[in-house]
Write a protein that binds this ligand. Structure first.
Ligand SMILES: Cc1cc2nc3c(=O)[nH]c(=O)nc-3n(C[C@H](O)[C@H](O)[C@H](O)COP(=O)(O)OP(=O)(O)OC[C@H]3O[C@@H](n4cnc5c(N)ncnc54)[C@H](O)[C@@H]3O)c2cc1C
Ligand SMILES: [Mg+2]
Length: 474
């Protein structure tokens, strides 16, 4: 057992939110101990080098990195952009010159536009009635989105009614064609912070609020980062040294009973398999689903427990497929594929121009992911490459490297991209997202009021929790 050292604040979880919280606390002059379960910092931000064997003469190319977790930066993600700039990380525009491919049933077309809920540019050449059906429903959806607040939505006058329904209920009531129904289901499975979730599993209130507070219209996928977003956590952790413990899952958090107001006595004990850490306050910076594995005493209130049990993590595997070059551009394609393919409903060109390589990021999500992850490695690879070939052509079948990151199997993250609310959870437990439990405060992208599920939300949540602790400890 370790000696008893009392820090001002214990931060549990060294993902983006926890690392930002630690930085803010240290800036405020408080001592910090960060405890991370995994062997490395970063959580959902992690990069890996591509295998470039066969890409040309060894040493002729710079190392090329791919992000196994989050990668895109949004036009309005100002906190996250400042963080990148402060650490000297350079951005570049997400490549999208050329036509998007849409596959729907046996129909394949290319078009100079894009849609992820909200269409931009030219529409695809699907039957006019199908597109009109989707666009009419989209108008109703946009009205619903506009009626919601940007902050947490559960006190809105319509919250109860909207939270009782699933997104599938809404889709069935507002669309008439299979294309329009898929248009919204794809949106639910593919878009940012929504989980991804299957439409019959997620609350209508959650989906609509998601678009209110993390709007696709703000272009959250506008830019990428040279060398990968996954570089940032190690840079943020620089200087923590002894104040960072890796590979130690926190099992329990115990605090004295009674009020936690300024001047109140007592330390909080945070227990791992290797011993105890003591602090005057604690920030738990992880998805609610992961906080559910920690034992709290005194016990958490029922609404917070329900959040830990009920806020599911998205079922999504990210697959990175690398090629010697972005060959699809020669065919006038943007490297963006959307469609009701068996496995990959969305994939996008993620090539860093400084490497010369072509990289497609593909996502297998929802029930597709459950079926696909049960296959062996070879059938999984073949299935994804076949879908990429359907979008872009047979050259997709011969990659230089193929990498999967099965986030639902990660024991301390539990899924990708983020947590989502089934019907009833917002209105039953929404207040518990941000309400401190005595001296325990909550961070992590899931609790953010703006850009939840994104890097930006994680940064904001870390800053917020740190400010709450500074106010408590003065
Ligand atoms: C595949 C994928 C793609 C994404 N794409 C994008 C994107 O393009 N743009 C974007 O903005 N966002 C994207 N995101 C979301 C973004 O990565 C997250 O919002 C953000 O990284 C979350 O940071 P966090 O600190 O809130 O949580 P996490 O990164 O999950 O950090 C929580 C940390 O807590 C640790 N932990 C868990 N349990 C314990 C315990 N008991 N004790 C100690 N430590 C524990 C975990 O190991 C982890 O390190 C993506 C995410 C994924 C997975
Ligand atoms: Mg964190």
């Amino acid at each position: 057992m370790k000696d008893v050292i009392v820090k001002d604040v214990i931060v549990v979880g060294a993902g983006l939110a926890g690392l930002v919280a630690a930085r803010e606390l240290r800036r405020a002059g408080l001592s910090v101990q960060v405890i991370e379960a995994a062997p490395a910092v970063g959580g959902r931000m992690v990069r890996a080098p591509l295998n470039q064997e066969g890409a040309g003469p060894a040493g002729a190319r710079p190392p090329a990195w791919i992000d196994l977790g989050g990668q895109w930066v949004g036009a309005t993600h100002s906190r996250f952009r400042s963080l990148l700039e402060a650490h000297g990380l350079r951005r570049f525009p997400s490549p999208h010159d050329g036509e998007t491919v849409l596959c729907f049933g046996s129909h394949r077309c290319t078009f100079s536009g894009f849609f992820q809920g909200f269409p931009e540019g030219q529409p695809p050449s699907v039957p006019r009635a199908d597109w009109q059906d989707a666009m009419q429903a989209l108008e109703r959806f946009q009205e619903l989105v506009a009626s919601l607040p940007e902050g947490h939505p559960h006190h809105h006058p319509d919250a109860d009614a909207l939270d009782r329904l699933s997104f599938q209920d809404w889709i069935e009531a507002h669309t008439h064609t299979p294309f329009a129904a898929w248009y919204f289901a794809y949106f639910c499975r593919a878009v940012g912070f929504l989980g991804p979730a299957e439409p019959d599993q997620v609350s209508l209130l959650h989906v609509a609020w998601g678009q209110r507070t993390a709007p696709q219209g703000d272009h959250p996928e506008e830019e990428l980062i040279h060398g990968g977003a996954g570089q940032l956590p190690a840079l943020l952790a620089g200087g923590l040294e002894d104040a960072l413990v890796l590979g130690e899952p926190v099992r329990a958090i115990h605090q004295p009973e009674g009020p936690a107001g300024p001047g109140a006595e007592g330390t909080v004990t945070v227990t791992t398999d290797n011993g105890c850490h003591h602090g005057r306050a604690v920030i738990v910076a992880m998805p609610p689903a992961m906080a559910g594995a920690i034992r709290f005493s005194p016990a958490l209130p029922a609404d917070r427990r329900a959040l830990h049990k009920g806020m599911a993590m998205g079922r999504c595997t990210k697959v990175l497929v690398a090629y010697r070059s972005p060959w699809w551009r020669q065919a006038g394609l943007a490297g963006i594929g959307i469609g009701d393919r068996p496995w990959v409903e969305l994939c996008a060109d993620s090539s860093d121009p400084e490497t010369g390589l072509g990289v497609i990021a593909a996502f297998v999500a929802g029930r597709r992911q459950e079926r696909w992850s049960a296959l062996g490695p070879e059938p999984r690879r073949a299935a994804v490459l076949e879908d990429l070939a359907a979008y872009f052509g047979p050259m997709a079948l011969e990659p230089l490297d193929y990498v999967e990151k099965d986030w639902p199997r990660e024991p301390f993250v539990g899924g990708a991209f983020a947590g989502w609310m089934p019907p009833g959870l917002w209105t039953g437990s929404g207040d518990a997202l941000l309400r401190p439990h005595g001296r325990v405060f909550w961070a992590g992208t899931e609790v953010a009021e703006r850009w939840p599920g994104f890097f930006e939300g994680a940064v904001a949540s870390g800053e917020r929790a740190a400010a709450e602790v500074v106010a408590l400890l003065g």
